[in-house]
Design a binder for this molecule. Structure first.
Ligand code: PEP
Length: 263
């Protein structure tokens, strides 16, 4: 279903009226985690004024340590819905458990499946049946074939509104959190008709790498980027070192506007 073999034209999907696909380069930005109404609104205003058209933000956070901030849960979803109301930006937010899918789908414009759940087949099937577009991260240990098969699980439930997101894979390198696999962008686009975007924030784990990795992604033909922003990264409860501040985001948006999408 997701293969390009039977579907030669690349697909554009829309999220709350915002297109993601071959004719555009979409900027998705927002906080890694929803922490407070004020922080989320400020991050969303930063995103919107820089030119982002979708707001990201996690209410359910899959953290490596059980002692780390786990997200606000439904209270975080309510904050996101209020911020959507205030800014007009449709929301992309992660769901980590199949049981939470109906609740998260009530609030979200797009459901995100994160790298740690990228082969959680029960979750993939549940989001496939939820009636919302899905942002599917690549598992950090998954081959491109396994990533596409994960997308197939979603598609099999009748949902072809899927965006693939390369977010770095685990390699021997320790200078970055993960290694952004730029080649995954054209490879996945040749194998699948689905849009492919890149997350330079979670792959590098470092603010100073977000712009160069975004440039690389867009030059390779990515259909968009999804980045973390925070009004006060030093106070962030999650992944502050990779969050962009206002000026960085404007610079990223400026660079993105210079790249016409590769047709
Ligand atoms: C995220 O986007 O909030 C996230 C946790 O990303 P990943 O699953 O790629 O680590």
């Amino acid at each position: 279903l997701v293969s390009r073999e039977n579907h030669p034209d690349r697909t554009t999907i829309t999220v709350g009226g915002v297109p993601i696909g071959p004719d555009t380069v979409t900027l998705i930005a927002g906080p890694c985690a929803v922490e407070t109404p004020q922080q989320t609104l400020e991050a969303a205003e930063m995103a919107r004024s820089a030119g982002a058209t979708l707001l990201r933000g996690g209410a359910y956070k899959p953290r490596t340590s059980p002692y780390a901030f786990q997200g606000l849960g439904e209270a975080g979803l309510r904050i996101l819905a209020d911020v959507r109301e205030a800014t007009g930006l449709p929301i992309v937010t992660e769901v980590v458990d199949a049981h939470d899918v109906p609740l998260v789908a009530e609030y979200a414009d797009m459901l995100q499946v994160g790298t740690r759940n990228a082969q959680n087949f029960a979750l993939l099937q549940a989001v496939g049946a939820a009636g919302r577009p899905v942002l599917l991260k690549r598992g950090m240990n998954a081959t491109i074939e396994e990533w596409l098969m994960a997308a197939e699980y979603i598609a099999q439930r009748g949902n072809l509104d899927i965006v693939l997101c390369e977010r770095g894979i685990r390699t021997f390198e320790t200078a970055t959190r993960n290694t952004l696999d730029v080649s995954a962008v054209p490879v996945a686009q040749r194998l699948s008709h689905l849009p492919v975007i890149v997350d330079p924030s979670h792959s590098g784990g470092r603010r100073d790498l977000v712009l160069p990795l975004s440039r690389a992604a867009i030059a390779a033909g990515a259909d968009g980027v999804i980045v973390d922003v925070h009004p006060h990264p030093e106070q962030a409860l999650c992944d502050g070192p990779q969050a962009l501040v206002d000026g960085d985001l404007r610079e990223l948006a400026r660079v993105m506007r210079q790249f016409p999408p590769l047709l």
